[in-house]
Every structure is written in C-alpha cells, then in structure tokens.
Write a protein of this length. Structure first.
Lengths: 374, 619
C-alpha cells in the first residue's frame, strides 16, 4: 500500500515537473546547532570546493569532511583570531584559497588556518563593521559602515572611498561586487556606486523616484535607494534593495517587483547573478530563482511551513511543485554554489540544496529518500 | 700620562665611530669581497654554483678541482639559488633588485629576469620546470611565477620574513620558513610557522605552528620524504637577558616534521649544557638519511647529527626535548670547525662531499661526509686583505664573545636587520624597560643610542653595554671595538620599495607629507613647534637626536623620556614605539596618542591617517 502511495506521489511530482521546464529542483538538507553549526542565525555562506564556510551571529563555521570547525575571537591571541563572533560577509580569493571575513569587529583573513585581523585601529580599514567584502586580483574591497576600503595585498596600502572623494552621499556601504573592469557597491540609502578600474573614477546610480517608496519611474533607473546587495557578472549589474530588485545592462534598467514578477517579496537581502539572464534572490519570504523567463521559489510555506516550491512561467501562471524538503527558513540572507548544488544562509540554519538532475531523477530521489527511511 | 692615553683612545674611537667622509669613494676603491652565501651542484656533480652576495655574481667552479670556470654577473645582493631538475637553468634571486635572474647553464649567462616581491630570498622550481616559487623576505609572501609566460601569477601569504624554501622529493609540497616571527600580541611568546604549499593547485594548504620560535632558516627534506628538518632559534625574550649565565637566551635548535616523527612537529636542541652552537642556518640531509649537517653561522662550525640516534631519542622523548640541552649528546656526533660565518650547504649527488659556504672568508669548505672532516678549502678568489669592515663584520656575526658562545650581535640583528622581538634586557626586574629591536641601517648621525638615549655613541653601545648586559663574558679589545663600530656604521639603507622610481610622490603620499609637515591643526589652531612631527623627526635621518617625553612611556619604564628614533625605512621594522607595543604604524596614533602628545593626530580622519602612513613608508 505504501509503495503504491509513493508511486502515485512520484508520478504527481513528474507531472508537475513537466510544467517547470528546466527550473532546478533540490533536495534540502539543513544544518543547525543541533548538528554542529556554530549558531542558527546566519548572515552569509561561502563555498570553496569541498569546504563550506558559514558566517553566523556567533562564530564562523567551516564544514569539511562531514564535520564542523568553529572560529571565534580569542582574547589571548587577539588580532590573530577572528575579529568578532558576528560574521557578516565572506569572500574567497580563488587564486590563493584565502578567505576574507567581514565581521562586526574588523576584516579577518583566514589563510590555511592562520588568521590576521585588520581593524580601524591597527590598519587603514575605515571602520570595523564590515558588511561586505570582495576580492579582485591583488585587491580586497570592503564595504563598511564608514565607506569603502580597498587593501592592496602586495603593498599593504589602504585606500578609502567615501563622501570626500566619491559621489557617496551616504557612507553606509552594505555590499561589494568587484570585477576586473568595474567594482560596484550597494550603499544602504545611497543607491549604487560604480568604480571604473581603468579610469579610477566613481559614478553613482540612484532611484529616479528619489528616497520614496513610490515607483513612478519604473525601469527608468534603480528601483530604490536602500540597496542591500550587488552582483556584477557578464557585464550585467544585478541589485537587491528592500523595495525590489534591478537589472542594469549598462544602458537599460529593468526592475523586478512582486506585482509583476515571480519575486516572493520586495524585501531582498542578497542577489547573486549567475550570468546575464539568471539570478538568485534572497528575500524575507523565500529563496527565488529567475532563469530569464520563469521564476521558482523555494521555502517553507508561509502559512503551513511545509516544504514548498512555486514555479511561475512567462505568462504569470504560478504552479506548486510537490516537494519533500525546503530551506531551513524562509528568511534568506545569502547563497553560494557548489557545482550544481546550492548552499543557503537562513535566519534559522544553513541549508544545502542538492540538485536533482531531472524530473524523473527528482521523483526517484524523493521516493528513494523516503524508502531509505522506512 | 694615563689620562692623555685615555683621551687619545676616546678620540680614536670617536673617529672610528663615524663613517668615512667620502665613503662612496672609499667603497669604490675598496676591493669587493665575494661573501659566498648559497650554492647548488649540477646533477652530475661536476659543477658547483656559488652565489656571492657582495660581488653580485655567480661563480661556477669545477667541483673536483675547485677551479673557477666563469663568473656570471646577476642582480644586486643575490641571496637564493635553485637549479632545474635537468640542470639546464639556474635561478638566482636578487634580494635588493627584487628580481630573479634566469641563467642558461650551457651558455653561462643570464637570459631572463623576472620581477618578484620585496627582497626575494629562497627559490625553488617545480619538477615540471613550469613554475618558480620565490620567498620574499620583506613582503612576507611567496611569488608564484609561471615560467612559460614569464608572469607572476599570484602571491601566497607566508610567514613574516619568508626566506627559505624546500621542495619535497615527490615534488608535491614546498616548505617555506621565515626569519621573523609572525605578528602576535604584545609580550607573548613568539610563534613561527612552516608554510606548506601544494604544487598541484599552487595554494598554501597547511601552516605547521612552531611555538616559541623566532628566526627559522633553511629547511631540507630527506630523499624518502619522511623527514624534514628546519634550523631555528628559540629565544627567551620575555625574561631579563641578565639571566644569560642561568641558561640559554637563544636555544639553537631544529624542528623535525614528517612521517618519521609522527603527526606533530618536534623541536630538538643542538646546544650542549655549557657550550652553544649559535645560529643554525644551512641544512643538508645525506641521500641515505644517515646524517644531518647543520651550519652554525655564529659558531664557525658544522654540527653533524646521526639520524638513527636522533629518531630513537625523539621516539623515546617526543617534544619534551626542546629545552633539554643534555639531549644533544644522544644524537650530535661531530662538530666540524669551518670558516667564518658558514651559511649555505649542499651535498654532492652521491652524498660523499658536503660543500659549506664560508661567507666571511670567501671560501668553500669541502667535508668528507664519512669521516666528518674538512678535506679541502676552496678559495673563491676574493681579496686577500682582511680590512676593518671585514673584521668588524666577522665580530658582528660571531658568537665567540658571549658567555658559553650563546649568541652574537646577528642573533638579534638577523642579517644585520631586526628580529621582530621585544626584549627585557636589563637586570631591573621582570617586565621593566621592555625594548623593541631597532634597525641598524645608516646609523651615523642618529646618536645617541638605546631606547632612552643613554648611550652617547656607538662604541658605548657596542662596547661596555654589550659586555655588561648581553655577553657577560670577554670584552672586545679596542681594535675589535673599532672594527665592529666601523662595520655597524657601514650598513646602508636597504632599497625603499614605496617610492616611485622617478622620485615623485603619489597623491596619497603628497597628502601625507603635508600632514607630516603641517604647523596648524585642522581647526586652524597653531600646533606648538615642539609638537609638530618635523620638530623631533627632522634632519636627513628624521631625528633631532634628542630625548623627549611624547607620552608613549609605560608605567614599567624607568623613564618616560624616549630617544627620538630615525624614520628611514620605518615600514620594514614593525612593531613600533620604544617597546614595540604599537603593532603597526597606525596604532602609534590610534591607540598610543590619546592626548595628542606624540604629535597632533586626533583631528585627522581615517583617510588622512592612511595618507600619513603612506608618506612615512617612503622615508
């Protein structure tokens, strides 16, 4: 009887998947303090090969070989330990493997186990609250509560960018996305700043509606001044705000709001572009994926808290896909990728989305998981 | 009569203690010493390549006869050498040119020059001959250079003062050591590391911590890859140096790691209870892993260790060995006297001969590894005259003058620089008058010396003070003191890497200069002349040579009056303030200048403070 029920369930999954086209499906495994995560309140996640770094409210966790290692500040070694237990941002230097952690007490470099912390007292860092960090070549860019800081790792020179030398009228920088040609900053309440690495000039992008929550001039510019995240990939800028998301191709803006897209919420904590057309959106009402046409949302349902996956096609039709698992919480703060898998930082734990190769495989995986438990 | 003689002696010392008026002309006229420091042997064992630090060249010798075949000019102050596996390419780092010279060994000439980080030292090439790794001492990192494209593709963070590299026999790992301890909290035990680089992904994959170690030199790995050995110093800088006669100030030791000793590194002493073998530097392990040879640069000898006996001791006692000087009797089988300041060593491919570079003799000792005796000494053809500078340099590098031969000047002033440590020197109680180690570059015109300016001149600094507080043993003769002072005063500035080649300042440096030279605070108030940066830090060396209370004294200092330090190359000598309590230039002002007594800085924004730092780095 049970086998029949599972067959029916699997068939229904396959049927629903026929409508999802190529939207990725995941089996979610969640980590909390119960299985080693330093703290359930996460801020960020970073993947480096088989290693997963989890920035939480109370420590930095490293998941490797099935176990967790936790880093916290050490009063004995001081600046040779993590700057603060609250880890707000993470970035990987892909060339060296060094991990940079933006904390509430400075910027820490973790290099093969050695930690050096740069603070506003011992270095040229502009402020100890480091909301965002990014690495481009020999430069490490930090988004702090007092403007942008750039460290040249070869010479040790710090350069600061703020209201005195850029169009940054608000200095609360919240996130950074550095690339070879451009560096973008999300300035909380100040829109987006662009740094041209060739000309070394700054330019700002603001909401044409000003600092209001009205959207009169949709697609005429940035959706809102309160920006929380930027992602620059394939010469496309993706921007997250507390009032919607934006995509900018260097000439045209396109804005995304819940009323005319598959976004589950206009309140975004992070945005991560995959390429020019695809991006992941971390919102307070779930994790969303946009493939350029269709949308998918992954979350515990807002009412029942049961696992939920919603797919919205180009015509705006939304369908529910039957799923057996979901991210740990619908308040999403950030994502990173491990091959086709996704790791998600939520307000109540870290989630590992294991990609299911196809709808049939997905159905099989779901039934197999269930069978395993029998 | 005695009084007259005394005055005459003081006058002579004073003259000797000042640099020659036309030093550059004198230097031109002076024949250049060679100062061989590192070597490589061709794969067939027939050729010996010797890099000569002071003559900026590689001398190629017939290994059998010792005959010099050719001299190949390279960059300034060559320091590291590596030969490709096939022997066709020789790589030489030029420490003061920030380059690597690539030599075609058949043509015997430099065919390429690569830029590196600051002060390149050790170098290795991977087995494929595709990637070159260079340890940069001043930038504390390892340059990864792609040989095909002749591009430095990245820098890997290494220990502070990254200097020596060794490639594991399977080619998969590179071990990097460093001569200054890693940054740490004030007045805590120094910690160093062996940086382990994976040659496949060209990343640092491990840092083996070396507790209580400051100053790690060569590292070598046995042919079977199971035993690696690094030469190192274990300082006791947290207790008063006056305790020299109670035990070691510096433990001369080795760190062992690899399968032969288990998962954790093991530290072992090479000293004896009443005799020290100072500054272990070069390391070689025979191909059959029967012996380890260690040059002791301050003791003019080579220490020979029986590996089987060593491993037996380690197995029995583990890490409890580190401070037991009697342990060396269980595994040290010979001490072979060689020339002055022996540094690099290299074995012939068959392991039968060991070559030792006697840096301050311009010779190479050839040791028979079976009998542990010197069979010949190769004269590299340097000047035959040993002048005052050379005599002084030998005095600087020897440990002969300290009680039981424990240490010499160069223990703290590694390669005539600093050691990155803070010392409790005088017998005034534990933790009193802590002093940071100052740089020795271009000291003439910076007198007086000592943190409180208590020593009026260099002869006092190097003479009675050293005898009383440091060596606790025999004193220098007047002639020796004169020679030593002459040498110390001859030490030049190292190249400053923060200045633009055309001499201009960057915009940030220009802004910093204006802050350094300002006489008004940002609110328009006049800064009292005595509290302007340029009041104390004036003149060509940026010191007015006075002793001033700038509020940086500590409750543990006997006096709050501090000698004004010179500033040139200040970027190289962290930490700062007289006691090293400021771990970075920034902390001088962000932490230790709350009342604007060390210049007016509290009105500066963070940007402006950064500009000031950028300017100071150019001095």
């Amino acid at each position: 009887m049970k086998t029949k029920l599972w067959l029916i369930f699997a068939l229904s999954v396959m049927a629903s998947l026929a409508h999802t086209q190529d939207m990725p499906m995941f089996h979610w495994e969640n980590f909390t303090t119960a299985n080693g995560l330093p703290n359930d309140h996460m801020f960020c996640v970073l993947v480096d090969g088989n290693r997963v770094w989890a920035g939480t409210e109370n420590g930095l966790g490293l998941y490797e070989n099935g176990g967790w290692k936790v880093f916290r500040p050490d009063p004995e070694t001081k600046e040779q330990s993590l700057g603060h237990q609250a880890v707000l941002s993470l970035a990987l230097d892909k060339r060296t493997g060094d991990v940079w952690a933006g904390t509430m007490g400075g910027l820490s470099r973790i290099s093969a186990g050695r930690i050096d912390t740069f603070t506003q007292l011992n270095s040229g860092l502009s402020n100890d609250i480091v909301y965002g960090v990014g690495v481009q070549g020999d430069f490490v860019w930090a988004a702090t509560a007092a403007g942008a800081s750039r460290l040249n790792t070869r010479t040790g020179q710090w350069s600061l960018f703020n209201n005195r030398n850029t169009p940054m009228y608000e200095i609360w920088t919240y996130a950074v996305s550095p690339a070879e040609d451009k560096v973008y900053y999300a300035v909380w309440g100040g829109g987006v700043l662009e740094y041209d690495t060739k000309t070394e000039r700054w330019k700002d992008y603001n909401d044409p509606d000003g600092e209001t929550e009205m959207v009169v001039m949709k697609d005429q510019g940035l959706i809102h001044e309160i920006t929380t995240s930027v992602s620059y990939v394939d010469k496309i800028l993706w921007v997250a705000t507390y009032f919607g998301a934006s995509r900018y191709d260097g000439r045209y803006w396109h804005n995304f709001l819940t009323k005319d897209s598959g976004l589950p919420s206009n309140f975004l904590n992070q945005i991560k572009g995959i390429d020019a057309n695809r991006a992941w959106f971390s919102t307070d009402k779930g994790l969303a994926f946009y493939d350029g046409t269709n949308w998918a949302v992954y979350r515990p349902a807002l009412d029942t808290h049961k696992p939920e996956m919603l797919v919205r096609d180009a015509t705006g039709v939304v369908k529910k896909v039957a799923v057996r698992s979901a991210p740990a919480h619908n308040y999403i703060l950030g994502v990173d990728f491990q091959g086709e898998d996704i790791w998600v930082a939520t307000a109540k734990g870290l989630s590992h989305g294991i990609r299911q190769k196809s709808s049939i495989e997905t159905a099989k995986a779901i039934s197999t998981k269930k069978s395993d438990k029998k | 009569m005695l009084q007259v003689a005394g005055i005459l002696a003081v006058c002579l010392l004073a003259i000797a203690a000042r640099p020659a008026p036309n030093q550059s002309t004198a230097a031109l006229l002076r024949e250049r010493y060679l100062s061989p420091i590192e070597m490589a042997v061709s794969p067939d064992g027939t050729l010996l390549y010797v890099i000569c630090q002071d003559s900026d060249e590689v001398r190629v010798l017939d290994a059998a006869s010792g005959k010099i075949l050719v001299s190949i000019p390279v960059g300034h102050v060559p320091r590291g050498i590596a030969l490709s596996r096939d022997g066709n390419r020789l790589y030489v780092t030029n420490a003061w040119s920030d380059t690597v010279s690539v030599i075609d060994t058949a043509a015997r000439q430099v065919i390429q020059t690569f830029p590196t980080g600051f002060e390149p030292s050790g170098v290795v090439v991977d087995y494929a001959g595709a990637t070159l790794y260079v340890a940069n001492r001043l930038s504390g990192d390892v340059s990864v250079i792609d040989l095909a494209s002749a591009q430095e593709i990245k820098r890997l963070l290494a220990g502070r003062g990254a200097s020596y590299l060794a490639l594991s026999p399977d080619g998969k790992r590179i071990y990097c050591t460093h001569v200054y301890p890693n940054p740490g909290a004030f007045r805590t035990k120094p910690v160093s590391e062996i940086t382990v680089i994976d040659t496949e992904n060209r990343r640092v994959v491990e840092r083996k911590p070396l507790q209580n170690v400051a100053g790690v030199f060569h590292v070598a790995t046995s042919a079977d890859g199971k035993l690696s050995v690094a030469a190192q110093l274990r300082p006791k800088n947290l207790i008063p140096l006056a305790h020299v006669e109670h035990g070691w100030v510096f433990g001369d030791s080795l760190t062992l790691f690899g399968d032969d000793v288990g998962s954790d590194a093991v530290q072992i002493p090479i000293d004896e209870l009443d005799r020290y073998y100072a500054l272990p530097w070069g390391i070689a392990i025979t191909p059959d892993k029967s012996k380890i040879f260690v040059t002791t640069a301050g003791s003019e000898s080579v220490t020979v260790i029986d590996v089987a006996r060593l491993l037996k001791t380690v197995k029995a006692r583990g890490n409890a060995l580190a401070n037991d000087l009697s342990a060396s009797g269980e595994y040290v089988v010979a001490r072979i006297p060689v020339g002055h300041n022996p540094r690099g060593v290299v074995l012939s491919p068959d392991g039968k001969r060991l070559y030792v570079a006697n840096r301050l003799d311009d010779t190479v000792s050839v040791i028979d590894t079976k009998s542990d005796t010197v069979t010949s000494t190769i004269d590299l053809g340097g000047p035959k005259n040993v002048d005052a500078l050379r005599r002084g340099e030998r005095l600087f590098y020897t440990a002969d003058f300290a009680f039981q031969g424990q240490f010499g000047c160069s223990n703290c002033h590694i390669d005539a620089t600093i050691d990155g440590l803070q010392w409790d020197l005088e017998p005034d109680g534990f933790g009193k008058d802590i002093v940071d180690n100052r740089s020795l570059e271009n000291l003439a015109g910076t007198e007086p010396f000592k943190w409180n300016g208590g020593n009026p001149d260099m002869p006092t600094e190097c003479g009675p003070r050293t005898e009383k507080f440091f060596f606790r043993s025999q004193s220098f003769t007047q002639q020796q003191l004169t020679d030593l002072v002459t040498f110390v005063y001859s030490l030049p500035y190292r190249p400053n890497r923060y200045r633009l080649l055309n001499g201009d300042l960057t915009p940030a440096q220009e802004r910093g200069k204006a802050i350094f030279e300002r006489s008004q605070a940002k609110n328009g108030a006049q800064i009292p002349e005595t509290n302007q940066c340029t009041y104390c830090h004036s003149g060509p060396k940026f010191t007015n040579q006075k002793q001033i209370d700038v509020g940086s004294g500590k409750s543990t200092d006997r006096s709050s009056v501090i000698d004004v330090p010179q500033l040139p190359n200040v970027a190289y000598s962290a930490p700062y303030l007289h006691d090293g309590s400021a771990r970075s230039l920034e902390q001088i002002w962000t932490v230790f200048n709350p009342k604007d007594t060390h210049g007016v800085t509290n009105d500066l924004t963070k940007d402006e403070l950064n500009d000031l730092v950028e300017y100071l780095k150019t001095l």
